[in-house]
Design a protein. Sequence first.
Length: 197
Amino acid sequence: DVFNDNESISKLINPKYSYVARNSKQAVTFVANHDTDKDAFVPSINRYPLLAYAFILTYEGYPCIFWKDYFNNGLANLGGKKGNGINYLVSAREMLADGSPEIKTCLISDEILAYEAKGNSIDAPGYLVIINNGDRSKLIKMEILNPYLYSNNLNAYAWYSYKTSKKPSDIFCNAKGAVSINVPPKSYVVYSLETEQ
């Protein structure tokens, strides 16, 4: 409903609608699978699937990638465009959050969901995720709590927009955790310390 029908993105973390919000340690999250693919009456995310993958691959829970999306539908790397696709989202989860992100919500509205993954070390510093399900760019100002990101330039580690092909600009996180981000429409961006990808 959130991505297919432009419903409030806040549903993704509302325990009334989302099992991962109620019990993240037991939640298995997915965008599509063999049942949603074959049965027309089973709801499937067919609009903006990468926004859904950005959420499940960077949020808590145990995410599953549908083989058809990865291999047949070209979502693995979107034709080799750097920073885009499932591969970079998996890499962010594994390399930046030790494979098991501990999430803190930073900002929530009907169109914007922003959260951070706790950092564990300088080698796994965590990340900041912003998903814009709206049709316009949004300027977001907020404070984060992850000290590994403080006083650093943050690189757009993984990103994609259904409306623009331009990579989001890097941002600066000040010593108090304040950031200012211009988020493209129908997009996600994962920010962290610059690393080798």
